[in-house]
Design a binder for this molecule. Structure first.
Ligand SMILES: C[S@@+](CC[C@H](N)C(=O)[O-])C[C@H]1O[C@@H](n2cnc3c(N)ncnc32)[C@H](O)[C@@H]1O
Length: 186
């Protein structure tokens, strides 16, 4: 059971994004990273009474938060659980040929760092999972315990722009000879 969250989520660059999207009634917006729905809520307010938002996220838990928050907008808001890499298919299934604005607020949310059981936080002891889509099978523990030294180095180098990627990868592989990585603090 998740503990009640102790923070209020603040969407980043909210005013700038709303300004840039130039929201107005009757338009369709796509939020590719819905999260807790902070940006979408404001887009729907600004595009009342007829603006619509399609909100995509692959994380079921955070979608429940967004769905509760945005239910007040009724059919003006449509939620899709999917990876945004499938935008083309998602829009074609919804029979939408054009959108008026699109938002990608990439990464994870404070929701993930605060979650008790997802393994994103250094401060909360939980299995090293870190999957955003829990229908997939590859966990962070598997990546860190099973990948080769060169694969781990590449991940740190390409996705983390880490200067010490090779050195860190070597240390990880030396450590795991003695003990598997299981939790953020092991
Ligand atoms: C920074 S948060 C978005 C916060 C959101 N703008 C708000 O106001 O609450 C990023 C969200 O994108 C989702 N996400 C990350 N990669 C994704 C992907 N490839 N496809 C769909 N959702 C993704 C995460 O699950 C997370 O909820």
């Amino acid at each position: 059971m998740e503990k009640e969250r102790s923070y209020t989520h603040q969407p980043v660059l909210l005013e700038e994004i709303i300004d840039y999207l130039n929201c107005s009634s009757g338009k369709i917006y796509l939020d590719c990273t819905l999260g807790e729905g902070g940006h979408t809520e404001r887009i729907l307010e600004e595009s009342a009474p007829l603006g619509k938002v399609i909100g995509i996220d692959q994380d079921e838990q955070i979608l429940q938060v967004a769905a509760a928050r945005l239910s007040k907008f009724g059919p003006r808001f449509q939620l899709v659980r999917d990876n945004f890499k499938n935008i083309k298919t998602i829009l074609s299934e919804l029979q939408i040929t054009k959108v008026d604005g699109c938002l990608m607020d990439l990464g994870v949310s404070s929701f993930h760092f605060q979650s008790q059981n997802r393994g994103f936080s250094f401060q909360i002891d939980a299995p090293l999972d870190m999957r955003l889509d829990q229908r997939t099978h590859l966990t962070a523990a598997q990546v860190i315990n099973k990948s080769t030294e060169s694969e781990i180095g590449n991940i740190l180098h390409h996705f983390g722009q880490e200067t010490w990627s090779r050195k860190i990868a070597r240390s990880i592989c030396n450590y795991r000879k003695k003990k598997e990585f299981k939790r953020p603090n092991n």
